[in-house]
Design a protein around this ligand. Structure first.
Ligand code: ATP
Ligand code: MG
Length: 283
């Protein structure tokens, strides 16, 4: 039995459960206590505050966990980072009041910066050889400059809206983050096997996100041109139609490209373009 630590509530909770569920691991809503079992896969779920996940995984109380990469770096416990999961995307940036004429990181020499991520920031200034006083605070970091607590802040940014509302300008991006699957170093063979199955299921789910399944009928003499418009992952799926002289092409394409490709296929004489949503792409 593999024990997975997930954030109990907050930004990563729902998406983590959604990823597990799309990977075929069902957790019943009513079952969400501190510890719950999955119905159809040898895992149990431990719900924690995200701050505690790296340590819990590092010491083996949970075998694996899903947590922001920023928390992994900040806590700095020895863990394996198995997989980036492409949700919970954000960046950790330095910001200063917008009236400041910022010229580069040397600005922070001898200054004070407020943050909830002192470890990552200390390492960053250490690499640049900049002496800066780091003031660790746990919440509302963005108001620190306006109340005179700090000259700048170092915090999570996603859209940048909070910075603008507080009269701040983002000046340096120190790291990019997304949710990651982490594990205890040196998991035994059986647990590692379950982790590998989990990772390959996650890969399938992530690959199918943002993809559509396209079916299109093309005259046989236009097949080459059509295949240039919709390159396939391996060899194209090509099926003859009952009407001689026509074939159907099946392909997986990015959702963002659907309209462009459909327009170009129509221009070369393709007909009956069908776009379907895709649930899984298992490779
Ligand atoms: P907990 O109660 O579990 O300690 P928290 O308040 O520390 O939760 P959340 O705000 O739920 O944490 O954020 C969890 C993670 O989501 C962050 O560590 C980060 O990796 C990611 N994240 C993505 N976008 C944002 C954002 N705009 N603001 C904050 N975190 C974000
Ligand atoms: Mg937290």
């Amino acid at each position: 039995m593999l024990r997975i630590a997930l954030q109990s509530k907050g930004r990563l909770n729902e998406k983590s459960i959604e990823l597990l569920s799309e990977a075929g691991i069902g957790i019943e809503e009513s079952n969400r206590r501190l510890l719950s079992k999955a119905s159809n896969f040898p895992v149990e779920i431990l719900y924690l505050r995200d701050d505690d996940i790296p340590q819990t995984v590092s010491c083996g109380i949970a075998d694996v966990g899903i947590v922001g990469y920023n928390e992994v770096l900040e806590r700095d416990y020895p863990v394996e980072v198995f997989q980036h999961l492409e949700f919970g995307k954000c960046r950790l940036s330095l910001a200063v009041p917008k009236y400041i004429e910022y010229t580069g990181p040397e600005f922070f020499e001898g200054k004070k910066v407020a943050t909830s991520y002192p470890g990552i920031l200390r390492a960053y200034f250490g690499r640049l050889n900049i002496n800066c006083e780091i003031r660790e605070i746990t919440g509302s970091v963005e108001i620190s400059p306006s109340i005179g607590l700090a000259d700048g802040i170092f915090d999570i940014v996603s859209s940048g809206g909070t910075l603008v509302q507080n009269g701040l300008a983002e000046v340096e991006t120190v790291m990019e983050s997304d949710a990651v699957l982490i594990g205890t170093p040196g998991l035994d063979g059986e647990k590692m096997q379950t982790v590998r199955t989990l990772m390959s299921r996650f890969t399938s789910v992530l690959r199918s996100r943002g993809k559509k399944y396209l079916l299109v009928n093309v005259p046989n003499d236009k097949i080459d041109e059509a295949l240039k418009i919709i390159p396939s992952m391996k060899s194209p799926t090509l099926l003859p139609l009952a009407d001689k002289g026509w074939s159907a092409i099946h392909a997986v394409i990015d959702e963002s490209e659907v309209w462009d490709k459909a327009d170009r296929l129509k221009q070369i004489g393709a007909e009956d373009i069908l776009v379907l949503s895709m649930e899984k792409l298992i490779i």
